[in-house]
Design a protein around this ligand. Structure first.
Ligand code: PMP
Length: 393
């Protein structure tokens, strides 16, 4: 049937995401690949919550719900955002099936084939795949230790003949680098968004997972003229299996997004929404965040020590203050994508190659090390295997 496929299929040649999910399922492999939470962080109380929801609220939990999500769930989400200094109410919230669906719906509303969008490079592979599937033209602005280089963005916005539809950023504990955009740059980004009237998508999947250092306000919290579209998710603070996220945006935009949500999956799982709400109401999401952050800190420490032990003089890396990822840049010119299959097969270790996070496949000698899922007792050995995989490369 291939000849019947849409043109966009030819452009979406990148199946890295599917590959990496397959890889991380093999039991003898130490995986630093997929951005999965450690299942030991999931709530012990979930069984009791599920029992209660399915007993007391069975009729609602197993039924279709309203397209934008349950009102009390939207209020709960808005309430949590307000606690993080973001000025939103229930009307600003659309519950989605994961934040990746949120991004997909935003693309449906904003993008015609060939439209220009801006992102920081490197960035989240799932986002690149989504943008490519909508046939967007992607402009990459470089990022450094302090995140997106806003000066470069300014030059781009000044000189571009076509106006971008939006700027996509992951300001806090970025995927794949684990870096945080500085406050100064966040403010400048808002200024530029206001000046050039280009919306910013603030993907804050990891923002609540800080285990050291100072809190920085989200881009959404700094938004002065309603130019920021916020993407939130329960995946890293509760469960990715419930597939629950949200968009926070201007109610007029939410209205349009709802139209496409209806045509996509009509509404997000009622059962999932009630589980997340009940866990939140009991204060258990905050508890899970605390457990997750403590676990992540321990794993970050083990990862950094192992990198110092096995990669000293051979690579540079950052020391993340939260989130799941360390970005490792090898000093030798090694193509980490070509090395991936031998690393998995011969050395039983998995990671994601740096080039997967660049729309133009740069970042050859880089790799993303995700430390959230590997067992504490496997981290040193895993990094040792990684080092071996790059010897004589
Ligand atoms: N944004 C970023 C930056 C991510 O890393 C992820 C998942 N790893 C997502 C969005 C999607 O998350 P979900 O669809 O599970 O909410």
């Amino acid at each position: 049937m291939e000849h019947l496929y849409a043109k966009r299929v030819q452009k979406s040649g990148n199946s890295d995401l599917a590959e990496l999910f397959k890889l991380s399922e093999q039991p003898d492999i130490i995986s630093f690949a997929g951005g999965f939470p450690d299942p030991r962080w999931f709530l012990d109380e979930i069984e009791e919550i599920a029992h209660q929801v399915l007993t007391d609220k069975k009729d609602i939990a197993l039924q279709y719900g309203p397209v934008p999500g349950f009102t009390h769930v939207r209020e709960f989400v808005a309430g949590r955002m307000q606690e993080q200094q973001m000025k939103v109410t229930m009307e600003n919230i659309l519950i989605t099936s994961g934040s990746l669906q949120g991004l997909d719906l935003i693309c449906r509303v904003f993008l015609d084939p060939g439209d220009l969008i801006v992102l920081e490079a490197p960035t989240y592979l799932g986002a690149i795949t989504t943008f490519v599937s909508y046939e967007a033209e992607i402009a990459s602005i470089p990022a450094d230790e302090d995140g997106l280089q806003v000066d470069q963005l300014e030059i781009f916005l000044k000189n571009t003949l076509r106006k971008p539809k939006f700027i996509y950023v992951i300001p806090t504990f970025q995927n794949p680098t684990g870096r945080v955009m500085s406050l100064e740059r966040r403010k400048k980004l808002i200024e530029l968004a206001n000046e050039y009237r280009v919306p910013v998508i603030d993907d804050n999947a990891y923002g609540e997972l800080r285990f050291s250092g100072e809190e920085i306000p989200s881009i959404k919290a700094l938004d002065t003229e309603n130019m920021v579209i916020y993407l939130g998710t329960f995946s890293k603070i509760f469960s990715p299996g419930v597939r629950l996220g949200w968009i926070a945006a201007d109610p007029k935009l939410i209205e349009k997004l709802i139209l496409f949500k209806q045509g996509s999956d009509q509404t997000s799982s009622s059962l999932s929404q009630l589980l997340a709400y009940e866990a939140g109401k009991r204060g258990l999401i905050e508890k899970q965040i605390a457990v997750t952050c403590a676990g992540l800190k321990q794993k970050r420490d083990l990862t950094i020590s192992a990198l110092q032990k096995y990669f000293k003089d051979r690579a540079t890396w950052n020391e993340p203050e939260g989130g799941y990822y360390v970005w490792v840049q090898l000093k030798d010119q090694v193509d980490t994508l070509k090395r991936l299959t031998p690393a998995v097969i011969n050395h039983k270790v998995a990671y994601v190659a740096g080039s997967s996070f660049y729309p133009d496949r740069r970042g050859e000698n880089c790799l993303r090390v995700c430390y959230s899922l590997a067992k504490e007792s496997d981290i040193d050995e895993g990094i040792r295997r990684l080092a071996q995989a790059f010897v004589n490369a």
